[in-house]
Design a protein around this ligand. Sequence first.
Ligand code: CP
Length: 308
Amino acid sequence: MALRHLMSPLDFSTGELDKLMDLANDIEKNPDKYAHVCAGKKIATLFYEPSTRTRLSFEAAMLNLGGSVLGFHSSDSSSAAKGESVSDTMRIVSCYADIAAMRHPKEGAPLVASMKSMIPVINAGDGGHQHPTQTLTDLLTIRSLKGHFEGLTIGLCGDLKFGRTVHSLINALSRYDNIRFVLISPEELRVPSYVREAMRAQNIPFEEVVKLDEETMKDLDILYMTRVQKERFFNEEDYLRMKDFYILDKEKMDLAPEKMLVLHPLPRVNEISVDVDNDPRAAYFKQAQYGVYIRMALILTLLGLEVK
Ligand code: CP
């Protein structure tokens, strides 16, 4: 089987994504069938930036498949602290593991690493650029809970400038018919121009608004909330000014459509009040669970392993 990496959600065709999501749904329904398929296989989680969900869900995914895990959770605890390049690290890790997931603060670092790798490399988030496995998680959540992508109106709210999950999700959803985006952000945190230009080039309808109010929410099928990305701000003052710009609380949810799902890649800070957690439209904790199933499906697919 040819060596295959995952750097962007567009690395998979929509047909391949359908197969991946079908596999994830089967894993959800029949976990025992997959419990030993990765026996003897190892995943390396190479995290140069903090993570709870992505790293632990990759590790849980491999353990659920009967495999093992190794890795590091910060650059300080690896030889990156001594100046080792990601390419050299990846060459070495290729000798120890069968597949690797890498998160790095620099855009493109997992791609550079993949060029020297002898094993599949998965981009687990690179700076403010892309987070393809979060997007796979988001797609699986939407398809499982809404049943389809076509015709959906998706509101993306918060830090659309630095929020890499937003850039990946717009990329991925733009391939489905009759998708419309409502981009809700303060002026300073609008989507980067390359994302806007890509939507224009594909004739994807979108509007940019500042307020998260009844008028903005009235046509939404999905409201995708995001945290203001403190770690990517150049100064604390700007972050403090922006951090509580949006707070989705019970009062706001009372104005939202009955069928509007609320997603969030998490972690949240203040942007969704805990009083929304018990609302049946709040799907962000389910979303984190779907992240394990889709990562299990991804590991199997990139390793070329099938279960009959
Ligand atoms: N959604 C997400 O990437 O979460 P972590 O930063 O905890 O991995």
